[in-house]
Design a protein around this ligand. Sequence first.
Ligand code: GDP
Length: 189
Amino acid sequence: QTSETSQGSGTGDSCGSSTEQSGFTVVVLGPPGVGKTSLISQFMTSEYVAYEAGSIDRDEERTISVLLDGEESTLNFIDPSRDEVDLDETIVDAYLVVFSTNDREAFEVSIETLFQLRNELGTDKTVILVANKIDLARKREIGIEEARAAAHQYDCKYAETSAALNHHVDELLVGILKQIRLHMENREP
Ligand code: GDP
């Protein structure tokens, strides 16, 4: 079975009111080393995963089916720095902008990314700022208040995770889907 990245997006026409299983594309952004690959791998092990529809191989799409509120949705995670896909931004439903809390430079990069995304996309898409590696508490350089304020400034949700310890990763996965569904509801006439 083959799967095209451009298939199955929830932003496609007439998907909105469908009770059929819906598919969404989530792009994971952030500089190298912040934990994007680790996060995506941990998503695959979540208790919300109905079944694993795709592969966890680094170079392939990572697609999982998530059961939430009795409804199943497929989330396709793309890391443009690793996945060789021609990213069609019109099919993207959500962006995760990841930094690690022990790396101020990564935080600055993520702020720049938020700025660019909001400039290009307006407020129409789900964007979540993800502070990863919170287990490295003693090395922490970016406090929760500062990070949360940045997320607020760019109209984003904010999440703190430890991919290494699998802390709050489930909550993030569910949060992504909830935000996407909310956006879709709001878009419907
Ligand atoms: P990517 O380049 O953004 O995909 O980052 P990776 O997922 O490859 O992770 C980079 C390094 O950070 C690896 O050595 C991971 O084991 C480590 N790492 C990822 N997430 C965490 C975390 O939450 N805490 C800690 N301490 N290390 C992490």
